[in-house]
Design a protein around this ligand. Sequence first.
Ligand code: FES
Ligand SMILES: [Fe+2]
Length: 400
Amino acid sequence: MDTAFEMALYEGMAGEKARKGPPDGFPRLPLIPAARYTDPAFLALERKFLWQNVWLYALHVDELPEPGDYRLWDRTGSPIVIVRGKDGAIRAFYNSCSHRGAPLVEKVQGATQGFFCRYHGWTYDLAGNLNSVRELRDFPQFDRSCHGLRKVRCETWGNWVFVNENPDAEPLDRFLGGIVDDWANLGVEHLRHIQSDSFVIDCQVKVLIDAFLETYHLKSIHPNTVDRFLDSRSLFMNLWERGHSMMTTAHRDPEWRDPGARGMPQIEGAEDIFEQNPSYNIFPNLVTPPSRTGMPFLTFWPRDDRSMVVDVHWFGPEGSQGHEMWPTRISNLGRILEEDTQFAPSIQKSVEAKGFEGLNLSYQERRIYAWHMELDRLIGDALPEQLRLEPVLAPWIESH
Ligand code: FES
Ligand SMILES: [Fe+2]
């Protein structure tokens, strides 16, 4: 991380703690219409222009150790096979046979030499090339090379594999922008996958994402956990282009260290700020607090308009696999997550109430507004006028 940026984070936290109100010129944030959380037509736009159109974290390379190892991944609504090829490269394809769309794999994970469609027997290699067609004589002027599997964009940051259903998307590293530099000393290419878990929650996905973009709720939802060690009044936020953002919150006791990570191997050379709870939102749905002892990735996914999945993936430095503290550390986060998720289904019901007009956000909840502004940018002209947000935070969003 750039030293000047690291210093700005420390100064930012001190400045926020001392302030009497928002900075001069900070606007009153307009209501975010409730329909953006409940209207099926809006959520259909969100699916098309957001979920099927941006870079999304899918898995860690350790989850596909050998050539032929695959995962069937369907978090965006389209079934996608992510597979390690004979050449070691990881690729992603729609799980749809080029003949009549039958699935190529049906198990959530497995290992294979190639893909065999069990409907009419077409076969493909691990790179998605169509190898054989049964009774080829009945397909006049058929060029096999044009009927391989439909690729999905798939790129890596360190050992993390991201996919994007938009074939024209900018490259992943450009999408991530300065975050890659911020994390340069975390040795991301040496982080190992420790564990992943998934939970289904009955709420629209944004209801839960929002809870991870602010610390305003700590005193009421996390009085016995996070609020004990974080001083939410020091909360400092960065809003960046492409919807990414970050918040940094000082410990109440500057010497406090995560007891769940006690004795764990440390990432050599990582800046001090990584002991101070920086929490990134890689737009739209990846929330992560990186630290010197590794980090969880929390990813949030829509299932349907009123239910969602949260995945919690843990990564640790080389040599930390099997460390005796992992179960404690993982269950500590689980407890915090439970505090957030237990309330989400009731929030969903109340947000759906006819009399609820919209979200009335404060200065310290501005990441939520900035997130929605990026969503509007992606939906573009297809967005109905009455649901469009005024881009009042535009002057507060920085390039990074
Ligand atoms: S649908 Fe796959 S071979 Fe027919
Ligand atoms: Fe929370």
